[in-house]
Each structure stands twice: as structure tokens, then as C-alpha cells.
Design a protein around this ligand. Structure first.
Ligand code: PLP
Length: 346
């Protein structure tokens, strides 16, 4: 089996942890692991003096937590809706009754930042929700521009970096971000099931709301002081996360991983060019390649690859549009073979 979806193929030593006996969570040993994971995570995203919450739950759980605990304390949210993940922020705001502006951006297009700035000036929101990388199209947004606008109009900036963390350059300090969200099955390249929230030091004394029992920030923060979680954590995933973070730490941080993701993406894109597949994203992220084949029947290539080669790629919302993740382990030879096989079904 070969996987070009999330999380893609995973390092063997990380997979092995899932087959071993694991420690009990209410121990000092578990607390130490949890605290060390927090320290490494904050280093990797450059969030000096910040805090994290690691949740047992996928990325959407953590997005929901942000809206329940934080956005409900605000008067008006402003959402960049550039695809299905951006739209999810908007739906969460609607669900929890947070007034929100749904700022739509056409599929795979860059934001018109001048227009965005005038909308912010007009709407006067106090919290801004966006994606760094809108994974549904492969479009990467310009966080420097977004951050500049948010700071000019004093809007708190929350970014879903679920599919850009460890795949693209990212510094919470430099961009002055308030909250970031990620999850384990993307750039971290371990199984799905955990999500991570990063909080800037500026939010140390913030009075969060209490609108969601399970995801309550203050309850989590008070348990985390002892390295514990309020409820049973997915212990094995916490161990896999810790082991993966130690690997990244041993590599000297996130740089090597980011370079490798970029190298794979560049290589696969030369193959797309050879086969004449267009990459519609105006400013494509390196985390995945979203490309348009000549396949006109929905999912033919997707299904063919599974049936004949036990290989997964991601189908997109448009017939013939597929996505290949570069965040899992993959060699140039494997990418050559993948492109050939996609072409075979085309
Ligand atoms: C994967 C992803 C999510 C979260 O999805 P889950 O399935 O809940 O982990 C959210 N936002 C983006 C940009 C993503 O790529």
C-alpha cells in the first residue's frame, strides 16, 4: 500500500509504538512526556513564552474549541472562506451564534488584499479566522499581508495552520498571531486523532468563555500545569507525537522537514508539467499538489489507483482534479511511478 493522502506513509519506528504496551496516563512519566511535547511544539512554531493545549480529537475539534472559548467572547468574526476549510470556520461561528462576515475567495485564487483591507475597515470585526493553506484547493494565503491588515485595525488573528505547520515557513512570533491550530495527521506525519492549539503569551490573562464542556480551555490549562489532561487522552497517539517531536528536535528543528516537503513538491510538479496537468492554485502551497487531469468522470483515477495498485490520492471537488500530499514519506522513484499510473487511467 502507498499513501499520498493524510498522513501519508509514516516512519516505521513511529508505527511500531502503536504495537507496544503503553504507560498509564495518570503518572509522572506521562506528565513529563506531555510537558516536553509542549516545549518542542512551541519551539517548532516559534511561539516564545506561549502555551499549548493538546486535544484528543481531530483538527475540527480544536477549531470548534477556538470558537466556543474565544470567538464567543468577541462581537464580530471575519472569516476567509476560500474553500471547504474556510467555510468550516464560518459554519462554526453560525453554530455558536457568533456574528460573522463570510468573505468568500474564489476557488484556488489568492485574496485581493486591497479589497480585504477595505472590507475590514468597513466591517470592524474584532476576530479574524483564516487558513494558512486552504487544503481543498492547495492555495497558500499570505499571512504577512493578513497580519499587517489585522494589526492595523486591531483585529485578533487566529489561523488554522493544520496543513502548513512543518510544511511551510511559519513563525507565530514574527507574524504576531494570537492562536494557531494544527493536527497530527498532516505535517507532523503521525496518525490522525490529536490536535494542537498554540496560544500567544499575549493571551496569558485572557478571560475565555465556558461554552463547551469537553473542550474548555481553562479546565485544560489547569490540568496541563501538572502535565495532565482532564479526560482520558489517546495515550498511544501522545507517545507517537512525542517520538516524532524528538525526531524533529534531533534534526535541529523544522527546517529540514520543510525543505524535504518542498523538494518532493517541486519534483512532482515537474512531472505534472510533463503530463500536461495544470496546477490551478494561484500561489500553491508545497504541502500538497492539486492538479487538473483530463479525467472527466468523477473519481475514475482515484478508484483505479486503489483497485489496481492499492494507492491512495485525494479526489477533489471538481471532476479530474486530484490532490497528492507531500507530507508523508515518498521518494522520487515512487513519485515517478505514481505519475505514470495516474496517466495510465487518464
Ligand atoms: C485537515 C484539515 C482540517 C481538519 O480536519 P480534521 O479532519 O478535523 O482533522 C482543518 N483545516 C485544514 C486546513 C485541514 O487541512
Amino acid at each position: 500500500m502507498k499513501s499520498y493522502v493524510f498522513p501519508g506513509d509514516i516512519d516505521e519506528s513511529i508505527m511500531q509504538i502503536g504495537a507496544q504496551p503503553f504507560l498509564y496516563m495518570r503518572t509522572d512519566a506521562f506528565s513529563e512526556i506531555n510537558k516536553e511535547s509542549e516545549r518542542i511544539l512551541l519551539d517548532l512554531i516559534h511561539c516564545t513564552g506561549g502555551r499549548t493545549i493538546i486535544y484528543t480529537g481531530s483538527g475540527t475539534g480544536a477549531m470548534s474549541a477556538v470558537v466556543e472559548n474565544y470567538c464567543t467572547t468577541k462581537k464580530k468574526a471575519f472569516v476567509i472562506d476560500g474553500g471547504s476549510f474556510g467555510h468550516r470556520w464560518f459554519q462554526l461561528c453560525e453554530y455558536y451564534g457568533v456574528p460573522a462576515v463570510d468573505y468568500t475567495v474564489p476557488f484556488a485564487k489568492e485574496i485581493d488584499y486591497a479589497d480585504l483591507e477595505s472590507s475590514i475597515a468597513k466591517e470592524q470585526p474584532d476576530v479574524f479566522l483564516c487558513q494558512h493553506h486552504e487544503t481543498s484547493s492547495g492555495q497558500l494565503f499570505d499571512l504577512k499581508e493578513i497580519s499587517r491588515i489585522c494589526h492595523k485595525y486591531q483585529v485578533s488573528l487566529v489561523v488554522d495552520v493544520i496543513s502548513s505547520f512543518l510544511a511551510e515557513e511559519l513563525s507565530m512570533d514574527d507574524l504576531d498571531l494570537d492562536i494557531c491550530v494544527t493536527s497530527t495527521q498532516k505535517g507532523l506525519n503521525i496518525p490522525p486523532g490529536l490536535s494542537v492549539l498554540f496560544f500567544s503569551k499575549k493571551l496569558d490573562n485572557y478571560r475565555f468563555n465556558h461554552k463547551g464542556y469537553y473542550w474548555d480551555f481553562d479546565d485544560n490549562f489547569s490540568n496541563l500545569k501538572r502535565g495532565q489532561t482532564p479526560y482520558s487522552p489517546a495515550t498511544i497517539l501522545y507517545l507517537q507525537l512525542h517520538a516524532r517531536l524528538k525526531q524533529l528536535q534531533a534534526e535541529g528543528g523544522e527546517q529540514k522537514n520543510i525543505e524535504e516537503v518542498h523538494r518532493r513538491a517541486r519534483y512532482f510538479r515537474t512531472l505534472c508539467q510533463q503530463y500536461g496537468w495544470d496546477i490551478p492554485a494561484e500561489n500553491p502551497s508545497m504541502a500538497i499538489t492539486g492538479f487538473q487531469t483530463r479525467d472527466t468522470s468523477e473519481r475514475r483515477i482515484f478508484k483505479g489507483l486503489i483497485e489496481k495498485y492499492e494507492t491512495y490520492i485525494m479526489p477533489g471537488s471538481i471532476p479530474g482534479f486530484y490532490r497528492v500530499s507531500h507530507m508523508g514519506l515518498q521518494s522520487d522513484e515512487e513519485l515517478d511511478q505514481l505519475a505514470q499510473r495516474i496517466h495510465e487511467f487518464e
